[in-house]
Every structure is written in structure tokens, then in C-alpha cells.
Design a protein around this ligand. Structure first.
Ligand code: HEM
Length: 475
């Protein structure tokens, strides 16, 4: 382990464990402390990169009972304990952690992702069906169109000049979610405006760090709300304009906004207020943009290090598509692309910690959590748990191919589980497979010489701040 200059603190190394031709590729993860971390070091790591705090033995435990700054925490770390808290006793854990609520509230108000109680129930009824599996066929053309444009742009680039793959996938995911939410007529400039406004917001929010997991003091929240006001007003103005345009677009122009308008009327008979539309549009963008972007960026990194998998993806894509962009009907012919996405979500779950505040005293596997305590599921731990995964730190997409040995249910939860499970899981899986197959048949992105890749998690888990890659043409 290296000594971090100046701080005297032991830092995590960032090297892939093996890149050999023989064994599977083991991508980078932080060194795991073997002794208990003193509180100041723990807090520092939580703020810098919360993946650095997990102890080696925690990758083998079923339940971890702990406390942080006076708040009791139960980490459910086996399929049984996960199911017990997030499904069987879900009604006690429907409330998101204070950290999640405080980070997002200024922007999404009472949007689905952080609301609870009756508001959540009402909104879930409206939002969940619009991105349901049965609607992906209607939504996929936007994905195909956006990735075909990107393939054209990549083809025109000088292959000797590196691109930032994280930014590329960010822009692509943003185009897809913006055109899906507001309609295909949305211009590139408008999508760019939304992306820039959200990025500015997220930069300021991330700066707050994960310390707020246990709840920021009210004065800090007030200061933050005030600091975020310019970004929030900008985003709200942009969203209001787009919602108006989407709702008054000619009939037959599909968009998630329109679908939500129809769904509310069908449910209560009452239209949703403009503020509610805005909150849900912001929710869909926030929930569906960075998560999908970082998944796709990680896929490209992993494929760049595992040439065997990259070749298999390319062969599958060429056989299924023969050079044209992938569409919804091609998805059944792309099982390896899907397996790469699922294995990537196992190794680098974009939301590495799921946290809920107990609404009453709860017992899980013999441990008591008082009202106000936090129950967590940590996909970062569970997805690399030694009891449930063979070679847990290695990149092995084959484990997700049809016919692979089954894994315990609830040992794999990149989209959460229970009543608050991600409503966009099918959307995201379809998008990522379409993108990988379409671009993977023409390009073989290679990590730029000297580029260092290391997983960092603040609000979401990302491959650092940038991911420089060269766009080699596929042979
Ligand atoms: C790879 C991409 C994605 C991942 C890994 C992901 C993961 C998650 C997770 C873990 C949650 C639950 C968070 C928690 O319990 O604290 C969630 C919630 C949610 N996601 Fe996703 N998501 C992805 C893409 C999307 C997309 C594309 C959309 C929309 C089109 C979306 C919409 C939502 C919504 C609306 C919720 C809130 C559900 C509720 O609270 O009832 N997500 N997502």
C-alpha cells in the first residue's frame, strides 16, 4: 500500500490485479483495511471515497451491525437479510436516508425517488408504467437513433486523439433520457442545456460528501439550499419550457411526459400539477442519466482490458446486426452484450449503497434497529461476497449468460429490490446493450497510454473524473 503524500494516511492502491492472457481480468478495487479504522480516518475515507472503508471480512459476513456518529446502522449482507429488510419489512423502510433526501430535495422536490407515504404511492403509479418492460419497444428507437449518430461522430474523429469515454457516455445517456422524457423533436442544443445545468448541480451536491449519510445538521442544509439556488432556478426554467413544449406537441409525438399525463388522468381523473411534472422529469433525468452513463463507461474500460470478451461481443454484434445499429428486435440476439452489462453492474454498481431510515423499531436476524436507525444494502459488498460468487473480484460476463449456474436470488441488486426497485431497469439494460453492440462492431476503444482508472464513489460510483480512451477501429 502506498503512503498518501502529506497526510501520513495509508492510501488504497489502484492497480488491476491481473491482466494476463490466461486467467480472467480482475479490475481495480481499493485495498481493504484489515484492522479497524480510527474514526477520523474512517470519516476522511467516507468523504473521499466510500469504497475504501469496507473491511476484508465484511465481504463474507451476512449482517453487519454498527454505528456512525451516534446513529445505529444495520447492513444487510446476505440474500436472507436483504429480503427480510427490503421486502418482508419494506413498509418500515420505505423512507430514504436523510443524505439522499437532502442531496436531491432542492432539485426534485417531492419527486418519486425521494418521496414516501401517499405521495410516493401516487407517483409510483404514474411513473413506473411509463418505463415498464412492456414499453421498451416504443422507447428503443430513441436509443438506436442516438447511438447511430454517435457512431457517425466517432467515425469522423481522428483515432489518434483520445476521447473522454465518461463524458461521451454521459452525453449519449443524456440525449437518450432527454429525448425519451421530452420527445424526439428535442434539439441537441436543448438537451445540452439540461445536461449542463444538471452537471453544475451535481458538482455542488457531491462536494457535500457521504458524511451526510447519517444526516446533515439543519443549518448545513439551509446553507446548501441557498448555495444551490442559482442552479436549481436554471434547471427549473429549462424543464418548465420543455414540459410545456412536450405537452403541446402534436398528438402522436410520444414522450414520457405525455405518457405520465395520460396515466394520471386514467388513475385519479385529475391532471398532475406542473410542479409535479417538473419534479418527476427531474427525477427521471437524475435517476436515469449518470447511472447508465457510468455503467456504459465501465463496460468499455472492462472490454478494453479483456480482449477475449471484446472479440466475443464484436462477433455477436456483427452476426446479429451486419453493421447496422441495434434496435429493440435485436436484443434477444445479443445475450453476450447483455451479460457484459450485467457483470459490469455487479462489479461497479452505480449506486453502491442503498440506505433507508427505519420508521419503527425493527428486528433483522436477531439484531434490533431503533426507529430512526439506518438499514443498508451495500451492492458493493454483496456483489463481491465470497459466499455467493465464484472469483468475486474477476470480470466474468459468462456468469450472466443463459444456462450459467443460478445464483441466490437477492445476491445481485444493482437496481435495488422490493417496492422501491428501480423503475428504469429494463430501459437501462436495453440502452446499454444497444449502445455496446452498435459501437462494439465498429470500434475497439483502448485505454489511453498512462491513463489511471480507479473506482470512486461519492453519490454514484464512477471510474474517476475522466476515462481517456483511443477509438481504435475494430479489426
Ligand atoms: C444502469 C442504470 C441504472 C441503475 C444502476 C439504477 C439503479 C437504481 C437504484 C439502485 C434505485 C433505488 C435507489 C434506492 O433504493 O435508494 C433506483 C431507483 C429509481 N430509478 Fe434507477 N437505475 C438505473 C437507471 C434508471 C433509468 C434509465 C431510469 C428511468 C428511465 C431510472 C429510474 C428510477 C426511478 C424513477 C427510481 C425511483 C423508484 C422509487 O423510489 O420508487 N433508473 N435506480
Amino acid at each position: 500500500m502506498a503512503e498518501r503524500a502529506g497526510t501520513g494516511e495509508v492510501a488504497a492502491t489502484s492497480f488491476p490485479r491481473s491482466t494476463g492472457e490466461g486467467g480472467p481480468f480482475t479490475p481495480p478495487f481499493p485495498d481493504r483495511p484489515t484492522a479497524r479504522l480510527p474514526l477520523p480516518a474512517l470519516l476522511r475515507r467516507l468523504r473521499r471515497n466510500m469504497l475504501e472503508v469496507w473491511h476484508e471480512r465484511q465481504f463474507a459476513e451476512p449482517l453487519i451491525a454498527t454505528a456512525l456518529l451516534g446513529r445505529r446502522i444495520l447492513i444487510c449482507n446476505s440474500p436472507e437479510t436483504v429480503q427480510d429488510a427490503f421486502i418482508r419489512q419494506a413498509e418500515a423502510f420505505e423512507r430514504k436516508s436523510p443524505q439522499q433526501r437532502h442531496a436531491l430535495e432542492p432539485l426534485v422536490g417531492d419527486g418519486l425517488i425521494i418521496s414516501d407515504g401517499l405521495v410516493w404511492k401516487d407517483r409510483r403509479r404514474v411513473v413506473a408504467p411509463v418505463t415498464h418492460a412492456s414499453r421498451i419497444a416504443d422507447l428503443a428507437p430513441v436509443m438506436t437513433e442516438a447511438v447511430a449518430e454517435r457512431a457517425g461522430a466517432w467515425g469522423a474523429r481522428d483515432p489518434a486523439r483520445p476521447i473522454d469515454m465518461l463524458a461521451e457516455m454521459g452525453a449519449l445517456a443524456a440525449e437518450v433520457i432527454c429525448r425519451s422524457v421530452f420527445g424526439r423533436a428535442l434539439g441537441e442544443a436543448a438537451a445540452g442545456q439540461v445536461v449542463a445545468a444538471f452537471a453544475a448541480y451535481q458538482r455542488k451536491v457531491s462536494a457535500g460528501g457521504l458524511l451526510e449519510l447519517v444526516g446533515a445538521p439543519p443549518w448545513l442544509r439551509r446553507v446548501r439550499g441557498w448555495r444551490l439556488r442559482p442552479e436549481v432556478s436554471r434547471i427549473h426554467a429549462v424543464l418548465d419550457g420543455m414540459i410545456e413544449a412536450a405537452l403541446s406537441a402534436p398528438a402522436g409525438e410520444p414522450s414520457l411526459i405525455r405518457a405520465m399525463a395520460e396515466a394520471t388522468l386514467a388513475g385519479s381523473g385529475l391532471p398532475m400539477s406542473r410542479t409535479a411534472f417538473r419534479n418527476e422529469a427531474a427525477t427521471l433525468f437524475l435517476a436515469g442519466h449518470e447511472t447508465t452513463a457510468s455503467t456504459m463507461a465501465w463496460c468499455w474500460y472492462l472490454l478494453s482490458q479483456d480482449r477475449r470478451s471484446a472479440a466475443r461481443l464484436r462477433e455477436e454484434a456483427r452476426a446479429a446486426l451486419g453493421g447496422r445499429p441495434a434496435g429493440f428486435a435485436d436484443l434477444p440476439k445479443l445475450p453476450f452484450a447483455r451479460a457484459v452489462v450485467e457483470e459490469t453492474l455487479r462489479l461497479y454498481p452505480p449506486i453502491p449503497v442503498l440506505a433507508r431510515e427505519a420508521q419503527r423499531e425493527v428486528r433483522v436476524a436477531g439484531e434490533t434497529l431503533p426507529k430512526g436507525g439506518l438499514a443498508m444494502v451495500v451492492p458493493w459488498l454483496l456483489h463481491r461476497h465470497r459466499a455467493y460468487w465464484d472469483r468475486p473480484d474477476a470480470f466474468l460476463p459468462e456468469r450472466f449468460l443463459p444456462g450459467a449456474p443460478p445464483r441466490p436470488r437477492h445476491a445481485y441488486v444493482p437496481f435495488s429490490l422490493g417496492p422501491r426497485v428501480c423503475t428504469g431497469a429494463h430501459f437501462a439494460l436495453a440502452e446499454a446493450a444497444i449502445v455496446l453492440a452498435t459501437l462494439g462492431q465498429r470500434f475497439a476503444p483502448r485505454l489511453a497510454p498512462g491513463a489511471k482508472v480507479f473506482p470512486v464513489a461519492r453519490l454514484t460510483l464512477r471510474p474517476g473524473e475522466t476515462l481517456p480512451m483511443l477509438l481504435d477501429r475494430a479489426g
